[in-house]
Ligand binder design. Sequence first.
Ligand SMILES: Nc1ncnc2c1ncn2[C@@H]1O[C@H](COP(=O)(O)OP(=O)(O)OP(=O)(O)O)[C@@H](O)[C@H]1O
Ligand SMILES: [Mg+2]
Length: 234
Amino acid sequence: MLEVRDLDAFYGDSHILHRVSFDIGAGEGVALLGRNGAGKSTLLKALMDAGPRATGRMRFDGHDLAGAPTHRRARLGMTLVPEDRRIFPHVSVAENLELARHACPSGLTPPTPAEIAAQFTLLQPILDRRADRLSGGQQQMVAVGRGLMARPKLLMLDEPAEGLAPVIVEDMAREIAVVRRREKLSLLVTEQNIDFARACTDRLLVIDSGAMVFSGDWAAFDAAPDLEARFLAV
Ligand SMILES: Nc1ncnc2c1ncn2[C@@H]1O[C@H](COP(=O)(O)OP(=O)(O)OP(=O)(O)O)[C@@H](O)[C@H]1O
Ligand SMILES: [Mg+2]
């Protein structure tokens, strides 16, 4: 589904990502872990051509992404829910979801807000609420729900659990895992919260100073406890 080879990314003269290579299969859930400043958001933005300048090879669903602008990548089925949630404050949750209908590729019928809320049940009780009256965690759920409006093949979430209360983190990870399986979505999720990442993915990548330092399943990660101390402990 997604193949990335020798990806380098730059902000101006700053060289941020160094020869990053990985694959994500159809329907597979992959976590991207790393410390603050490791390059997680830069990697997601590079995949969407949404910020950094990138070199290297990227293919998605059989298409070479070289030269493909953000909107074309979105049409191919790639959706990024960025760190800053960018929801519209003065309208309801349902309207926030409606406003994302246009993100759904032509030929596909966009879901309705009710359908999204049926999948992602944390949204159900707040559909009619104005977005600026939501907690940070609820706003984060709206952002994820809005990502689902595009009927993506690959959903990329940048730190969805950041700032959430532990009880909500668990609910959210569970719901994301359920939606992922039901919709046969591929998922790439960056996190600092290892429990959240584990609950909604099959395997993980660890990035440090812009370079990939581990790729494997969670059992392999658990078998190498030094990884957490070296690359993830703050
Ligand atoms: N717009 C930008 N211009 C210049 N440098 C940037 C820009 N955005 C990020 N950087 C730098 O790129 C490096 C990687 O940042 P990035 O945001 O990808 O890290 P991250 O792993 O997402 O961290 P966090 O966990 O804090 O979100 C950092 O050194 C950061 O200072
Ligand atoms: Mg980040």
